[in-house]
Design a protein around this ligand. Structure first.
Ligand SMILES: Nc1nc2c(ncn2[C@@H]2O[C@H](COP(=O)(O)OP(=O)(O)OP(=O)(O)O)[C@@H](O)[C@H]2O)c(=O)[nH]1
Ligand SMILES: [Mg+2]
Length: 141
């Protein structure tokens, strides 16, 4: 599996996706700091949402091959600034999360936020039901 950095707002599903990708039990634990689990660097959503933490995301991105931007299908507002992917040296992909909790138009809205952020390659997943995980795992292999 590629070395990846997970970036997204608080509660968008980064840690749950990490657990799913690793085939681990899904257990909720608030991420308090940047940490590495195998090939995955997980980050707290605050690092995206609070401007003075953003530099930490950029530093962490130097360690990975791919940045994964996550947007929850349950959140209607954009959490990434336009062109956010240019902030990172490695390429980025976009992942819409929590597709089990939203309809097609909400999923499309989250996807449009990821495109505006600069992600040209999008995936739609539910870490809970497993929908879309095989396709994403194949991309990360
Ligand atoms: N239904 C559903 N719930 C999900 C999914 N992914 C995550 N959740 C739930 O959303 C909540 C937040 O998930 P986390 O994975 O902790 O979110 P996070 O992005 O790591 O959040 P921070 O660590 O605070 O930045 C938890 O209660 C998860 O169970 C999903 O695909 N479907
Ligand atoms: Mg987390």
């Amino acid at each position: 599996m590629k070395r990846i950095l997970l970036v997204g707002s608080v509660g968008c599903g980064k840690t749950t996706l990490l657990q799913r990708l690793h085939g681990a039990d899904l257990t909720y634990a608030k991420t308090e700091t940047i940490y590495t689990d195998g090939q995955v660097v997980d980050t707290p959503g605050e690092y995206l949402e609070l401007p003075w933490f953003k530099h930490a995301l950029r530093l962490a991105s130097f360690e990975v091959e791919l940045v994964v931007l996550l947007a929850s299908a349950t959140v209607s507002e954009a959490k990434f600034p336009p062109g956010f992917t240019t902030f990172f040296m490695p390429p980025s992909i976009g992942v819409v999360t929590k597709t089990d909790l939203a309809g097609p138009s909400a999923i499309a809205t989250a996807g449009s936020h990821l495109r505006l952020a600069g992600a040209t390659e999008l995936y739609e997943v539910s870490a809970v039901t497993g929908d879309g995980i095989d396709t994403l795992s194949a991309r990360l292999a």
